[in-house]
Design a protein around this ligand. Sequence first.
Ligand SMILES: Nc1ncnc2c1ncn2[C@@H]1O[C@H](COP(=O)(O)OP(=O)(O)OP(=O)(O)O)[C@@H](O)[C@H]1O
Length: 910
Amino acid sequence: MTPLAKEVLDNLAKFPHCILLTRVGQFYESYFSQAAEVARILNIKLASKRWGGERVPMCGFPLMHLSKYLKVLVQDNNRFVAMCEEFMKSRILGPKGGFNRRVTRIVTPGTLIDEPFLNQYENNYLLSVYAPSSADSDGNLGLGDSVGLAWIDVSTGEFFAKSIAISLLRDELVRIRPKEIVLEQSIFEDSAHPVRRTVAEEKFFVSPIHPTTQSQNDVLFAERIGSDDLTSQMEPSALTFKIALTEEESQAVQLLTAFLHANLLEHMPRLPSPSKEATTGRMQIDAHTIKSLEICETIREGSTAGSLLNSIKRTVTNGGTRLLARWISSPSVSLKEINSRQSLVAFFYARPHLRQDLSEMLCELEDSARVVQKLLLGRGDHTDLSAISVGVKVWASIKRRLELEKRMEAQEKGSLKDDEWVSLDTLVEKLHSLRVLSNRIEAALSRKGTASVASTSQDFSEDQDDHDPEPEDEAFPAVPNFKPNYVTGFNWTVRPEFSGQLTALHKTLSDCLDRRERLEQHLQAKYNAPSLTLRSSPGYGMHVHIAKAKRDVAKIRAESLFIPILESASTSNFFLQEWSQLGAQIVQTTSEIQMAEREAFEILREEVNEHETNIRRNARITDELDVTIAFASLAHEMHFVRPVLREDKFHHIVNGRHPTVELGLLAAGRTFVPNTVAFMADSPLHVITGPNMAGKSTLLRQTALVSILAQTGSFVPADTAEVGIVDAIFSRVGANDDLFRNRSTFMVEMMETADILSRATPNSLVIMDEVGRGTSVQDGLAIAFATIHHLITVNKSRALFATHFHELADMLGCSDGERGDGIFRGVRFFYTDVDEMEDGYFAYSHRLKPGVNRDSHGLKVAELAGMPASAVTVARAAIHSFRDPTVGLLSRDSSKLRSLGRTLTESSVF
Ligand SMILES: Nc1ncnc2c1ncn2[C@@H]1O[C@H](COP(=O)(O)OP(=O)(O)OP(=O)(O)O)[C@@H](O)[C@H]1O
């Protein structure tokens, strides 16, 4: 067996759960039985290779296609990929000295680092759930038991921990949207375990890990409480406050860390302490509601296009967009925090010029959280150092721009409104200067190094066809990829002054290059050959090149010092010992400079790593600034207003709009009809009736979205808005089949309704659309009535209840068309309608009016949808008969209904 075959077999045995990709020169290859599978998934050719007298299946692809195929294997097919890299045994001997190969990392869906296919706008979380092993005598967890969660985005270093009741697990998982969940092996294998079941039901990708043997006595600390509360934390010192994690959180962190160690292997970063996410202070949005309100992604496509996030996103940085996604899935319930965010938005709303300037500055920022993480992970190159330095400068410019604004305002107005500036001052005060670090990077990196500079060498551009594309460095993937251009085309990234060693090396190189130039001029003059140049190429090594051979080569050919290598009709190449020796010295010096630059890079990387915490904090502050400015721009563009937040249950949205539907309509050249919703202390529940397609669901959703936007800190789509803070939003909207869990649409509807009735509090907002429609009219009506009864008498939440059962109005005692009676006095009725035209056409008004609509106009929608005319005619006749009191829709008299069926069939309606 060849050494390579042995290595491959060893690795396949060591990592049986992975697809093994082995680097062989310029290819990644897969062998043996895996090759067929890899070839199939990647749609590449399956070949074979003779190894030890046997034919072995194999397939492979060039290095440059790695990320494309990793995406297919890891992201699209959820496979683990073990990356086996090759390393030259000897730098001096190069490839001739042979290679060592080892698996340096296992790529999994939750441990992506800086793969180009990683979505920069989204967090790529890996999440672990720790559940205490025995809760009761049967080993079952009770609903009140708490589980620990820890989640990290390895590509940005954002790391959180939290303990929650197991009953909230589903909601949390759907909110966090991890790409991979890690469970202890025993739970992973136990399909009946409540954690395992929940994870499977929500279709998350899940991986097992054996718990580590780390001492239980180790106390783990969180860096601070609350993951997204910079604005409200007035005390900068609170940011460095350390708090012990609970037992469950520590265990979850340890599971996560063990999984990272097992997979990141040589790329394992030093982990920051997690932030402990506050369990209180956040609006609870249950799993179903996050999905049905399409907050971060749409239900059908599961993409962000068409979601709330997508329609309100005006952020200009990746970090800002990720923060926005976190904020809108977890709005605040703290009046202080919301007001502080709202004040910042109002501040920027009132200053469009400042907003514009800061946005332009933010656009220059690289994704600092990602860059610093890349460097911590032992990756990255001088462009990343440069990105950090640019970041520091942008942070300083932002600060200066704000100071200037403050001075100008003070001059213009005579005095400053301190309360206007306080939130911003609090935020910006926390920006760390980091000027020393930036100066150090600036002083270290050469101008060429800070930008991608094309070679200025004429030699290089003339000779580039000769170049072998295989740079020696590629065997060392963990180090930056410096590529010197032979002899004169250098892209040095570190300035010579960085160290004495580099200065001396550059001096030697410069002397050599002078000597080369002098030698070239001397040879041109001596041999009367102006087209003579001294060159280097991988094919011919150091050689003398005559571009116009016919004219210039005569004297040279006569000299024995020049040994011909290759001559053509137009050009000639010779070997010349003096140039070979000088050239070799140049090559030697350049490779020493390369080594010294790598060392310099490592020193600078370490210095950046030392400032990791401050860089992360600054990045986090600019993320927040970006989101705030984006909210102000959104408000300006979409005519949003600042809501007044209240701690009571008063809720009055005047002419509210649905931000996503409005955008869709605008794109189609239509306008959205705004509607007013007012929950008062004496009328917390509204029943909405109206025809199909008249905008009932839209109204329900927009009411929920206005609360979410307001409590996130954004302005809201309305003319005016007073929003009583809600502790939770519950929804029962939209059909939601769940065949996976073997539950019918109606079963799902009932489960969601049951969940809402047991969880909603007087401070919650409930939206319910057509509860009871999935069963018989009688059962449905009874269930709808009971639901309203429970909401009004037990939950006492603010609620919108849309229904086609207009009979409910009678059951709730509505005699004036507007209000219920008795215990239902708090129920108010509204409806939407269609405007019928004289020509028989009709249009939806979408305008909400007090009262009850007793006509669903279902037939009109059926007609619009293209139901055959004959079927519509039969249906119309049936409706006509239902209105006949002697038949009556709700009649249980089967003989009457049988006779109706016969009449309809017999009458020649076709
Ligand atoms: N306020 C509005 N202004 C303009 N167009 C609207 C408005 N509300 C809804 N629409 C349009 O009407 C369509 C249907 O709205 P929606 O789904 O809310 O109706 P619905 O009354 O809930 O219907 P159904 O009873 O059939 O579920 C929307 O997709 C949108 O295009």
